[in-house]
Write a protein that binds this ligand. Structure first.
Ligand SMILES: [Zn+2]
Length: 352
């Protein structure tokens, strides 16, 4: 039996919560639509094709900490952030509602100090949520094969020690999930494995929990906190067909949706986001409408390029959806219906 007992291991990896936009940008698609051309599209205020929220150009997000707006009084920082409130993801938006009155009350402190003040209040709710999940995991132990049962208790006990700060380093969700993942791969029973993974996944993260956000970012600089409040709303280039499958066609998508999707198929993303086809339609429609506007003002070539791009992204989605035809006939029919545009007809082979 392997004991999971290594005080150092939770401290080994210090991952940044978001991967910046490091998309490989080569190939025929990139030659036709170079990055500067795609960047111009952002002037159209495109909504994220997945969540439908407006996106902020990454350069704009990066410029704020560089200009020092987050380093001064928390009031200045919060006022700056407030301009982007409509773009924010749910956790960041909730944090804003908490820090706005507090910044008025304590204008003499900085953004990090403000988050530290909040941490006194939010720590217990995070710890309670984390311990609850560990107990839920332990409640599954009787279903686990006898020889693996103790190890599950050990993993939970180690995690608890980190959560309750009996170890020198912080509890890290990612490492905990790796442990559970590794552990469950040894289990014979698929159903038990699924249950354990599902429970472990509920461990709060700064992306879905206000208290996890506060506890994580209390140790970060005001600049990092300010940037983090906005960065998930930044526009990033997403490969419609995953990079891992040599996809070339890219679309602007918010950092958060890009992260969540990772390399999973488009069909799963659509399944997980019930409004996605509508949001995607809106995204493409803005581009098509712009093309019509430009054409009416004499810019035939420019207009055609926009239409070609709109068609390229639309058809890339349809092609990906078709790959799962048998499983997702409903999505396919819905997509064919919603992604129709007079100006960019769907080819017969995609319709069949
Ligand atoms: Zn999004």
């Amino acid at each position: 039996m392997k004991m999971v007992d290594d005080s150092a291991k939770y401290g080994e990896i210090d991952y940044y919560p978001y991967s910046m936009n490091n998309v490989q940008f080569t190939g025929k698609f990139a030659d036709t639509y170079p990055k500067y051309w795609l960047k111009n599209l952002l002037k159209l205020n495109l909504p994220c094709p997945c969540c439908g929220k407006q996106m902020i150009p990454l350069d704009e997000v990066k410029a704020l900490p560089a200009a020092g707006v987050f380093s001064a009084s928390c009031l200045t920082a919060v006022n700056t952030l407030e301009e982007f409130e409509d773009y924010m993801k749910p956790v960041e938006y909730s944090i804003m509602q908490i820090i706005k009155p507090l910044a008025q009350k304590y204008p003499g402190i900085d953004l990090q100090e403000l988050i530290i003040l909040l941490s006194f209040e939010y720590e217990s709710s995070l710890v309670a949520a984390q311990l609850t999940i560990l107990n839920q995991l332990k409640s599954i132990a009787p279903e686990v094969e006898t020889e693996h049962r103790q190890e599950l208790y050990d993993i939970a006990a180690t995690a608890k020690d980190f959560i309750l700060k009996k170890r020198s380093t912080k509890f890290k969700r990612k490492i905990f999930l790796n442990d559970i993942d590794e552990y469950t791969s040894k289990l014979e029973n698929k159903e038990t494995r699924g249950k354990l993974l599902e429970i472990a996944e509920k461990m709060p993260t700064s992306e879905d929990s206000v208290s996890a956000f506060i506890m994580k970012y209390k140790d970060r600089s005001p600049e990092e906190i300010g940037e983090r409040m906005l960065v998930f709303s930044a526009a990033t280039l997403e490969h419609i067909t995953p990079d891992s499958e040599n996809g070339e066609v890219t679309i602007w998508e918010c950092q958060r949706c890009n992260n969540v999707r990772s390399n999973s198929p488009v069909i799963r993303q659509i399944n997980d986001n019930p409004n996605m086809l509508d949001n995607l339609r809106n995204h493409i429609k803005i581009i098509v409408d712009r093309a019509i506007f430009i054409k009416n003002h004499g810019g035939t070539q420019q207009s055609q390029k926009l239409l070609d791009y709109a068609k390229a992204i639309r058809d890339e989605y349809l092609t990906n959806i078709r790959k799962y035809k048998d499983k997702a006939i409903k999505i396919e029919n819905e997509a064919l219906e919603k992604l129709q545009f007079e100006e960019i007809p769907i080819s017969d082979e995609l319709k069949e």
